[in-house]
Design a protein around this ligand. Structure first.
Ligand code: MUC
Ligand code: MG
Length: 379
């Protein structure tokens, strides 16, 4: 049995290329928790646990993710070993409730290590292997300024990097948001598609108004317009509107996915490995969605390279991925923390091919951006 040799966690704070304006927070940096695990045979695995805007998005913060791993998950791995991912994570689940992002980071590191030990990519350890080697990637326009968003859309269309655009709304009055979205829909035209994410910031009446108006200006999809735990209201909205409602904050693993699907509360699932509690749980969310005829979309917590690569491995195994993905997290950051950046081009992200996650950290960058760095920097 492979034993735990060492486990290290650290927070890396990386600036964003511009303020990222969401309904609940404006991000100027992303705080990424990296976990690095070594086993008694000398194999290593890395994982990432990332959330958005401190505690404004969900109930885990970068600091709580780190401490959940250090204080509560680490002792479980010390006793159960790290060679078998399913055994390790089912034991963790017995001792640690919730803390999905922390569990995702650890499970990712264990899968990375297993893949390296077996010499195969993580995708081959999930759901029978990959069915695609690349996937479409949306870009989020969220500068807070309509003109700047349009210029950004033009730039990435020209670069053939993205043609699916997600707009973050919900902060302003519904009519103001719709005017902003309508201007972007008009500018993008038939060159791309436009979706919006309200991040739960409307009540049902605002959502009724907004979904109708957004449909009329050509928006393809409305993500989490109202509170994610109000499944009955989501079901009412889904039944009333032609424009599909996508569940995001409503989905916290297979149980919630089953509840949302059973209530016909969403027509699309945004699947996030972190929010689901790991790669296996997120795969189950995908299977439940697919079985219920719900469209599948690969979501992000704006992870840096490690979490984005892990998500790509999982999404590459989904039989259908009708709505593409939004795995653009590393592109929102001023610095790349991977030794080799992930490859974007032709509107798609390539799934890494090497063993494990197929990515390694740029140790100098990580040392530079680590929150707990103490030594003076050499460069
Ligand atoms: C979310 O709620 O979906 C995804 C893209 C983005 O800009 O924010 C995230 C979070
Ligand atoms: Mg969302």
């Amino acid at each position: 049995m492979a034993l735990l040799h060492s486990l290290d966690t650290f927070i890396v704070d990386v600036p964003t290329i511009r303020p990222h304006v969401l309904a609940m927070a404006t991000m100027h940096q992303q705080s990424v928790v990296i976990v690095r695990i070594r086993d008694s045979d000398g194999f290593e695995g890395i994982g990432e646990g990332t959330t958005i805007g401190g505690l404004s998005y969900g109930d885990e913060s970068p600091e709580s993710i780190k401490s959940a791993i250090d204080v509560y998950i680490r002792p479980v791995l010390e006793s159960v070993g790290v060679g078998n991912v399913a055994r390790a994570m089912s034991t963790v689940a017995r001792y640690v409730r919730g803390n999905h992002i922390a569990k995702c980071a650890v499970e990712t590191a264990l899968f990375d290590m297993m893949g390296r030990r077996l010499g195969c990519p993580v995708s081959e350890l999930l759901g029978g292997g990959r069915v695609r080697s690349s996937m479409p990637v949306a870009w989020t326009l969220a500068s807070g300024d309509t003109g700047q968003d349009i210029a950004e859309a033009e730039r990435v269309l020209e670069q053939k990097r993205h043609r699916i655009f997600k707009l973050k709304i919900g902060k302003r009055a519904v009519a103001d948001d719709v005017a902003h979205v309508g201007a972007i829909c008009k500018a993008v035209g038939s060159r791309g598609s436009v979706r919006v994410d309200v991040n739960q910031n409307w009540d049902e009446a605002q959502a009724d108004l907004g979904m109708g108006m957004l449909h009329d200006v050509g928006v393809a999809l409305v993500e989490q317009p109202i509170a994610g735990d109000d499944i009955t209201a989501m079901a009412r909205l889904s039944a009333r509107h032609t424009i599909p409602l996508m569940a995001d904050e409503a989905l916290h693993g297979p149980r919630t996915a089953h509840r949302v699907a059973s209530a016909a509360a969403a027509r699309v699932f945004a699947i996030k490995i972190a929010q689901s509690g790991g790669l296996v749980a997120a795969g189950e969310v995908g299977s439940i969605g697919a079985a219920a005829g719900i469209g599948i979309y690969g979501g992000t917590m704006l992870e840096a390279g490690v979490g984005t690569a892990a998500s790509a491995h999982l999404f590459s195994t989904f039989p259908t991925l009708a709505w593409g993905t939004e795995l653009f997290g590393p592109l929102l950051l001023t610095e790349e923390i991977l030794a080799e950046p992930l490859r974007y081009g032709d509107f798609e992200l390539q799934v890494p091919v090497g063993p494990g996650l197929g990515v390694t950290l740029d140790e100098d960058k990580v040392a530079h951006f680590r929150r707990d760095r103490t030594a003076p920097l050499l460069h």
